[in-house]
Design a protein around this ligand. Structure first.
Ligand code: ATP
Length: 244
């Protein structure tokens, strides 16, 4: 049990969630390494949601609200870190949650599904071997015909670069959360939120609730005014400025 007074309480609590995910068979061991890489960047971000991330969250909210068929792609780390929030986002939009993991395992997919259900998720899809997206070799190419296969916007809280690129080549808009602005995911996605998923998803939910009353033109202008390359540069500049 981590005492709340600990100066690094949030960071340690988040680590505990990933470790719990592994113990429960939701998260892969590789997910631990991926989290570690993210944590290093979070340190440089001051472990807070910065202005550039808030701007991307606003553009992402507008894009998700304007989407005809938005889908939320869930991997083992996202399921361990923000299951309740993903369930809430799914209902709010509405958009199905589609499980898509790098290291394929039916058993793990079922565990993730049950974990999401336990946290209130209702609309959960699994990959279907009869349907795949093009330009991707790994088994992450298999998608659900009611989900990513026909999605116009895919929200992928944590992603690998190959898949982000393939989704884009398949004509989809991709919204990613990635603490590393240098990753291929960050560089290839339509909108990248450079922030920790733990902080970004609750803020995304809050922003979508606020934006629900805006009309289509106002939402469109928020997307037009967003520039992913410029946001990524701002996040890197921020990190470099913070170095001693
Ligand atoms: P890419 O293939 O996009 O170049 P990668 O090989 O660096 O990425 P992966 O190991 O596939 O990355 O995925 C981990 C990515 O997720 C890292 O870029 C890391 O910064 C990011 N990440 C890990 N944990 C979090 C988190 N809690 N919030 C946001 N991003 C995270």
């Amino acid at each position: 049990m981590i005492p709340k007074s600990h100066p690094r309480y949030e960071s340690l609590r988040t680590r505990e969630l990933v470790v719990y995910g592994i113990k429960k068979g939701i998260t892969s061991m590789h997910g631990l390494i991926a989290y570690g890489r993210g944590e290093a960047f979070d340190y440089l971000l001051g472990e807070k949601t910065n202005k550039f991330a808030k701007k991307s969250i606003e553009a992402a909210s507008a894009m998700l609200l304007l989407a005809k068929h938005p889908v939320i792609s869930v991997n083992g780390n996202a399921a361990a870190l923000v299951p309740k929030e993903l369930a809430e986002l799914s209902k709010l939009l509405p958009a199905p949650l589609e499980i898509n993991i790098f290291h394929p395992s039916k058993k793990r997919e079922t565990k993730i599904k049950n974990h999401l259900k336990k946290h209130g998720a209702k609309d959960i899809l699994l990959p279907d071997k009869r349907h795949k997206i093009k330009f991707l070799e790994s088994s992450r190419k298999y998608v659900n015909p009611e989900g990513i296969f026909r999605a116009d916007v895919v929200f992928v809280p944590l992603e690998d670069g190959d898949r982000a690129e393939a989704l884009i080549k398949n004509g989809k808009k991709v919204i990613a959360i990635d603490l590393n602005p240098l990753s291929r995911t960050s560089q290839k996605s339509t909108i990248t939120i450079v922030d920790n998923i733990i902080r970004a998803v609750p803020l995304l939910i809050k922003t979508i609730k606020k934006f629900k009353k805006h009309d289509g033109n106002k939402l469109k202008s928020m997307i037009i005014n967003d520039n992913n390359k410029s946001n990524l540069k701002k996040s890197l500049d921020y990190m470099l400025k913070n170095l001693p």
